[in-house]
Ligand binder design. Structure first.
Ligand code: IMP
Ligand code: MG
Length: 173
């Protein structure tokens, strides 16, 4: 068993998500948005973020698998669930839990860009700059964190801990 150290508590996450929602609302005044949460990790963040945005919006999920050795993504990305509607001319905001090496997001943003959206932005809850392999523009960022493996608030370790209401770090006993 491992202990969980709190990295970012519930109240801090909630106020940051409200702030991101407000910023997105102001930046896109007059637009209708398409939120694209990247499954599975961003399902909790996206649910809260959607309710913090005061604009008409629709949700289109996207899921991909990145081949690698388990903890490290390789940049070879397979789409496992695609958008159900065209996004041509739409104002799209991709919602991601964490940008780590940047390989997944680079692939995904390039893929979505070929579908000719009216605008395409990335909103990520977390960024680990120490692990960057490919720089990714994050238009709306929650928190920059150190190089630790985080769980909770949608993020998993071996598919567990997604239901933790806060962001934590697993520590050996
Ligand atoms: P990237 O291609 O290395 O940027 O991979 C990003 C993906 O790896 C994220 O969308 C997460 O699914 C996963 N990931 C990266 N770091 C963590 C972490 O600290 N905890 C949980 N999942 C992570
Ligand atoms: Mg993810």
């Amino acid at each position: 068993m491992s202990r969980i150290r709190t990295l970012i508590d519930e109240a801090t996450i909630a106020s940051k998500v409200k702030e991101l929602g407000k910023r997105i609302t102001e930046a896109h005044r007059g637009h209708e948005l398409v939120l694209v949460p990247v499954l599975k990790g961003s399902f909790v963040f996206a649910a809260d973020l959607a309710r913090a945005i005061d604009l008409p919006l629709s949700i289109e999920f996207f899921a991909c698998r990145s081949y690698g050795d388990g903890t490290e993504s390789s940049g070879v990305v397979q789409i496992t669930y695609d958008l159900t509607k065209p996004i041509e001319g739409k104002h799209v905001i991709v919602v991601e839990d964490i940008v780590d090496t940047g390989l997944t997001m680079t692939y995904l943003m390039e893929n979505l860009a070929t579908r000719k959206p009216g605008s395409l932005e990335l909103c990520a809850l977390l960024h680990k700059p120490a692990r960057t392999k490919v720089p990714v523009t994050i238009d709306h960022l929650g928190f920059t964190i150190e190089d630790v493996f985080v769980i909770g608030y949608g993020l998993d370790y071996g598919e567990k801990y997604r239901n933790l209401p806060y962001l934590g770090v697993l520590e050996p006993e």
